[in-house]
Design a protein around this ligand. Structure first.
Ligand SMILES: [Zn+2]
Length: 414
């Protein structure tokens, strides 16, 4: 049985009313927090979701001490794989998520959508709008983000569960659902209860517009370059002072300009000086290194070491220390030997009448770290556009199609 009619899903489930409730709840995460979850307000939504899962009959629905929500919809087929669906509770620290007022624009007419504060969503900057004429589009009011990233994902997973509960005759494997805190600050997978979750394969519903699927992320490293000079009173510094800041400036200037985020796209990697702190005696730069290929990422690390060596040659009294730390791997590495996952995902999208757009993510996802931890976890479109800003929008048709994709995948795994 193939699902491809978003209107059927919109009619049969509480997809949109759930979504509108979730986006009104402020769940912004915080980079400066040391706790898990990083903000207590994420727990308010987490507790609500446990209640909704239990109402749908997922009696084991649970919120753990770190803010992770999990639940099980038992299968009605013997054997087979257990399949998980994940979405994240938090919204980005980059834009306010407080007091979100969702606006519903029915029968979209193809023109620009004006919000308050002079915020306009223009078709020329949003080519996706062309395929949304006639749709119902949801935006915020222009003062906050919408939070479709990733409350659309949460609402879509719950709608799929709701649909299956209403239709017990549909074949399904055991299904696990999980809602994670702190994805936007890169910690969503950190304390994920992967053992008790017990899925063989999982999918995050955290991608963009219709048909997008992501099987690849960057490989990511961080480099920390520390320079220690010789500090003296500047009045008597002649031939004694070694100013670490001056040498750091030389180091930064020597970084390849053609391998920077501002000059690369597609599958090209980069080195990005990200943070700088210190003074004339000692300073430290934090750089991020990204590439889709492991050996190319290693080459970027070597390039940093080589440039640091060249700077060290200029002044023997200067001390330079380079430390490279691994951040996350390209999840492709863990999906390569399981081609059936990508095949089924492509087919699930195709059955919706969409052409799958397999795009490498120029960033990371929780799925990258979960894949490394042993749970293969590609990413599926949730429908939203313009994440992390006041022009974020989503079409309810896209949301219905995301639910269809989930149901098609479940059918494939059954
Ligand atoms: Zn997201």
């Amino acid at each position: 049985m193939a699902f491809g009619d978003p209107n059927h899903i919109l009619k049969e489930t509480a997809l949109i009313s759930r979504f509108l409730e979730y986006v009104r709840m402020d769940t912004q995460s915080s980079e400066s927090s040391e706790t898990c979850p990083s903000t207590q307000k994420q727990l308010v939504l987490a507790k609500k979701l446990v209640g909704e899962l239990r109402e749908l009959g997922l009696s084991d629905a649970n919120l753990d001490e770190n803010g992770y929500v999990t639940g099980t919809l038992p299968g009605n087929r013997r054997g087979g794989q257990t399949i998980g669906f994940l979405a994240h509770l938090d919204t980005s620290p980059a834009c306010s998520g407080e007091g979100v007022k969702p606006l519903i624009h029915e029968s979209y007419d193809g023109k620009a959508i004006s919000l308050i504060e002079g915020v306009v969503i223009r078709p020329e900057e949003n080519p996706q709008l062309a395929s949304c004429v006639g749709d119902t589009i949801i935006t915020a009011d222009g003062t906050t983000l919408l939070g479709a990233d990733d409350k659309a994902g949460i609402a879509e997973i719950l709608a799929a569960v709701e649909y299956l509960v209403k239709h017990p005759e549909l074949p399904r494997p055991t299904i696990k659902v999980g809602f994670t805190p702190d994805e936007e600050i890169g910690k969503g997978a950190a304390k994920f209860p992967i053992e008790t979750f017990g899925a063989d394969v999982a999918f995050t519903l955290d991608g963009g517009f219709d048909g997008e699927i992501n099987l690849e992320t960057f490989n990511a490293d961080s480099a920390f370059v520390t320079m220690t000079g010789v500090s003296t009173h500047p009045g008597t510094a002649k031939n004694k002072l070694v100013n670490a800041l001056r040498y750091m400036a030389i180091f930064l200037e020597k970084l390849p300009k053609e391998q920077a985020p501002e000059t690369t796209e597609g599958r090209e990697g980069f080195i990005h000086p990200y943070d700088l702190s210190g003074d004339a005696s000692r300073c430290k730069a934090h750089l991020i290194l990204r590439d889709f290929e492991k050996d190319k990422l290693e080459a970027l690390g070597q390039k940093i070491r080589d440039i640091a060596d060249a700077v060290a040659q200029l002044e023997p009294r200067l001390k330079i220390d380079v430390e490279i730390r691994h951040s996350y791997p390209n999840m492709h590495e863990f999906l390569m030997d399981k081609p059936e996952i990508a095949q089924r995902l492509n087919e699930a999208v195709r059955l919706c009448g969409l052409t799958p757009r397999v795009e490498p993510i120029r960033g990371g996802t929780d799925g990258a770290n979960l894949s490394r931890m042993g749970l293969p976890c590609p990413n599926i479109f949730a429908g939203g556009v313009n994440f992390h800003g006041p022009t974020e929008w989503i079409s309810t048709r896209s949301m219905g199609l995301a639910v269809c994709t989930i149901l098609n995948l479940i059918d494939a795994y059954a």
